[in-house]
Design a protein around this ligand. Structure first.
Ligand code: S3P
Length: 651
C-alpha cells in the first residue's frame, strides 16, 4: 500500500503566542481582538485563570475580543486556579501574579504538570520580593503553589536554562510592578514575549541572549492574528516526508527563527521543504511551508539548536527511525522535564515498537531501518508523544496503537481529523477529486475575468493559466535575447524558475521565489505571449502546473484546451463565444479605458479573426462543453449562469 499526502492545511494557532496574546491583552486597558487563537485545553486554562481574576474573556473562537482591565483592576482568583497540563500557563501567570501587589493565587495542575519543576520560576520571583510557597509534599518544588504578589524590586537574572517561560515570567513581573528587569540565558529561547511587548509599545533592549525591560512601561491594547503553530506543522511536514508521494502546503506558519529549528533539522535529514509567501504579521514572520517526500538520512542535533526545536524532538526521533544511519540527539536534558520525561518515553516506546534506540542522559541515538514498527504506545498523557507516534501509525506497514489519543486536545484538538483527511492510500487519493470547472473560448472571449469572478462566487481558487504563459514569456524576454531566436528548448529552460503561489482566491506564478504580478502585464510580454503559448513543450509545462494546482483544492481554470486536453474529466466545462465585433469592442474598452469608435473596432476585429484562425486547432469546444454565447450578455449575467451550472453539477 502506498501513502499519498496531498493538499493544504492551516494548522491551529501557535500555543506560545496564544497564551501571551491573552495575558497581554488582559494587562492592557481596552479591547484587543485576537484572531485564530488556539482553542486548546492549555490555552483554555490561561483564559479561565484570567476570567477568575476579573478579565472579561468570551468563549474562545476564531475572533476573540479581550476587554483588558489592566493589572490594577485584577483581583485574586476566588478559588485555586487549575492550570491543567499547561506549563506555560503556570509559569507566565506566576510572573504576572508576583507583580500584583496585595493579591495572591493558588495554582494547581494535573499529575504531569504537578511533577514539573517550578523552582526555576519561583527563584527569580522570590529574588524580586514575591512570596512563592510550594504547598505539596515536603521538598516538592512544584504545584500546588501559591504566589503572593508584592511591590517588586528590579532584578538582573541569569537563567540556568534557555527557557522562554521563565524569561516571560520575569518580564511579566517587572512589567506589572513597573520595575526594570534584565534576563540572561545560556542560549536564545523563543522570543514571542519580546516581540509582542514591543508591538504593544513597551521598550526593551535585546541581544542574542539577553533582554532588558525598562522601568515603568505601559502596555497598549493591540489587535493580533495568531499564526499557525510551527510545532504542530512539524507533524504534518514529517508525514509528507515519510509518504510515498506527497506535496503538502502548510500555510500561515509562524517562521520566527527561534522556532524553526525543526525545519532546519528536517532539511538536513533530506526532507525537501520549500518556503513561500513569507510576510510579516503582528511582529512575526509567517509563510507557507511546502513539504514533500524525500530519502531520509540521519543527522546530529545538539547545542544551541535544541531550544529552537525542543518541542519537535519527539517527532524528529520518530522520523529518524526511517532515516539511513544513526541520528543523535544531544544536549536535550530539558526534554526530561516536559509534559513527560520525553527522553525516556520516546526511547521506551520506540523500543517497544521494535526500533533500534539507545538512551543517553541528555538525548538518544536512533538507528533508522525499514522494519515495520508494531506495538502499543504509552503516551503518559503527553500530547506530543501521541501525535509523533500517530504519524508513524499512519504509515502503511506499521501497526501501532496509542493508549490516549484524546490527549492531543492540549495543543492540537483536530489532529486526528486532519491526519485522516491528509494521509490517504493511493487508492483513496486517486478516487478523491476536487471540483474542476473549466472555462474555454477563443481570444478575448472574457475567459479569464469571468473565471476569476466565478471562482470568487463559488469560494474556490482561480487558476490563471495565462499568467503562467506570461511568466514564461517574461523570463524568456529577460534572459534569452531577441524573441525571433528563441527555441522551444531554450524557453522551457526558464520554467524551473517559476513556482506556484496560492492565495486565498487564486493560483498565480511566483518568479524566482517572488511575487511578480505586475511584470506579467508588461507590453512586451503581451506582444510575445501568444508565440510562447504555441510551443508544445511550454503548453505541456503549463498544463502540468494547472493540474498540480487542482490536486490541492477545487478550482476554476480558464485557458485554451482546458476542457479537452487538460481536464477531460472536469465537473463542468463551459465554452464562451461572442461574435468577433463584440469581442473586439470589449478588448478595446479594457485596453483603452474608453468606448472605442467603429473603425478602431473594425481593425481589432480583423486582428482577432486572424488570431482565431491561428488558434483554430486549440479552440475547439470539448464534446461535453456547454457553449454560452455572451454577445448579448453582461459579464454579471455570464457569471450567474456559470455559477448556476456549477451548483447544478455538484448535485
Ligand atoms: C514555551 C517555552 C518552552 C516550550 C513550551 C512553550 C513558551 O518551554 O517547550 O512548549 O511558550 O514559552 P521552556 O520555557 O520550558 O523552554
Amino acid at each position: 500500500m502506498r501513502l499519498v499526502v496531498r493538499g493544504e492545511i492551516r494548522v491551529p494557532g501557535d500555543k506560545s503566542i496564544s497564551h501571551r496574546a491573552l495575558i497581554f491583552s488582559a494587562l492592557a486597558v481596552g479591547p484587543s481582538r485576537i484572531a485564530n487563537i488556539l482553542e486548546s485545553a492549555d490555552v483554555q486554562a490561561t483564559a479561565r485563570a484570567l476570567r477568575m481574576m476579573g478579565v472579561p474573556i468570551p468563549p474562545l473562537g476564531r475572533m476573540v475580543t479581550v476587554s483588558g482591565i489592566g493589572a490594577a483592576a485584577m483581583h485574586s482568583p476566588p478559588q485555586a486556579v487549575d492550570c491543567g497540563n499547561s506549563g506555560t500557563t503556570t509559569r507566565l501567570l506566576s510572573g504576572m501574579l508576583a507583580g500584583l501587589d496585595g493579591r495572591s493565587a493558588r495554582l494547581e495542575g494535573d499529575e504531569s504538570l504537578s511533577a514539573r519543576p517550578m523552582r526555576r520560576v519561583a527563584a527569580p520571583l522570590r529574588a524580586m520580593g514575591a512570596r512563592v510557597e510550594f504547598e505539596g509534599a515536603e521538598g516538592h518544588e512544584g504545584l500546588p503553589m501559591r504566589v503572593h504578589g508584592h511591590a517588586l524590586t528590579s532584578l538582573s537574572w541569569d537563567n540556568a536554562h534557555a527557557s522562554a517561560q521563565v524569561k516571560g515570567a520575569v518580564l511579566l513581573a517587572g512589567l506589572v510592578s513597573g520595575v526594570a528587569v534584565h534576563v540572561r540565558e545560556p542560549s536564545r529561547s523563543r522570543d514571542h514575549t519580546e516581540r509582542m511587548l514591543r508591538a504593544r509599545g513597551v521598550e526593551l533592549d535585546t541581544t542574542e541572549t539577553t533582554v532588558t525591560l525598562h522601568a515603568a512601561q505601559r502596555l497598549q491594547s493591540l489587535d493580533v492574528e495568531v499564526p499557525a503553530d510551527p510545532s504542530s506543522a512539524t507533524f504534518f511536514a514529517a508525514l509528507a516526508a515519510l509518504a510515498d508521494e506527497s506535496e503538502l502546503r502548510l500555510t500561515h506558519v509562524c517562521l520566527n527563527p527561534t522556532r524553526t529549528g525543526a525545519f532546519d533539522v528536517l532539511q538536513r535529514m533530506g526532507v525537501p521543504l520549500r518556503f513561500a509567501d513569507t510576510q510579516m504579521s503582528g511582529g512575526e514572520t509567517i509563510g507557507t511551508v511546502i513539504a514533500s517526500a524525500g530519502d531520509l538520512c540521519a543527522t546530529r542535533i545538539g547545542g544551541d539548536e535544541i531550544p529552537r526545536c525542543i518541542d519537535e524532538l519527539p517527532m524528529i526521533a520518530c522520523l529518524a527511525t526511517r532515516a539511513i544511519g544513526d541520528t543523535i540527539i544531544a544536549d536535550a536534558h530539558e526534554l526530561r522535564v516536559k509534559e513527560s520525561d520525553r527522553i525516556a518515553a520516546v526511547v521506551n516506546n520506540l523500543r517497544t515498537l521494535g526500533a533500534d534506540v539507545e538512551e543517553f542522559p541528555d538525548g538518544m541515538r536512533i538507528t533508522g531501518s525499514n522494519t515495520p514498527l508494531r506495538g502499543h504506545v504509552i503516551t503518559q498523557g503527553d500530547h506530543r508523544l501521541a501525535m509523533a507516534f500517530g504519524i508513524l501509525a499512519a504509515l502503511p506497514g506499521n501497526e501501532i496503537t496509542i493508549d490516549d489519543p484524546d490527549c492531543v486536545a492540549v495543543s492540537f484538538p483536530t489532529f486526528w481529523h486532519d491526519l485522516a483527511r491528509l494521509a490517504q492510500t493511493h487508492e483513496q487519493a486517486t478516487m478523491r477529486t476536487f471540483t474542476v470547472i473549466a472555462i474555454d473560448g477563443p481570444a478575448a472571449s472574457g475567459k479569464s475575468s469571468t473565471a476569476q469572478w466565478v471562482a470568487e462566487q463559488l469560494g474556490v481558487r482561480h487558476v490563471d493559466s495565462g499568467a503562467f504563459y506570461r511568466a514564461v514569456t517574461y523570463l524568456a524576454l529577460q534572459s534569452l535575447g531577441a524573441p525571433e531566436t528563441w527555441s522551444e528548448q531554450a524557453v522551457v529552460s526558464v520554467c524551473s524558475r517559476i513556482d506556484q503561489r496560492f492565495t486565498d482566491r487564486s493560483v498565480l506564478p511566483l518568479i524566482d521565489g517572488a511575487v511578480a504580478d505586475d511584470v506579467l502585464r508588461d507590453a512586451a510580454v503581451t506582444r510575445h505571449v501568444s508565440r510562447v503559448a504555441q510551443m508544445s513543450l511550454i503548453r505541456h509545462w503549463v498544463n502540468a502546473q494547472v493540474r498540480r494546482a487542482a490536486t490541492m483544492s477545487s478550482v476554476v481554470v480558464d485557458g485554451r484546451d482546458i476542457g479537452t486536453a487538460v481536464f477531460p474529466n472536469a465537473s463542468l466545462k463551459v465554452f464562451l463565444i461572442a461574435d468577433p465585433w463584440e469581442r473586439a469592442r470589449r478588448r478595446l474598452v479594457q485596453r483603452l479605458g474608453r468606448l472605442p469608435v467603429d473603425h478602431e473596432i473594425a481593425l481589432e476585429t480583423e486582428a482577432l479573426v486572424a488570431r482565431d484562425a491561428l488558434d483554430a486547432t486549440q479552440s475547439v469546444p470539448a464534446r461535453d462543453a456547454i457553449t454560452i454565447d455572451t454577445t448579448a450578455l453582461t459579464q454579471e449575467e455570464q457569471v450567474d449562469r456559470i455559477v448556476a451550472l456549477a451548483r447544478a453539477a455538484q448535485h
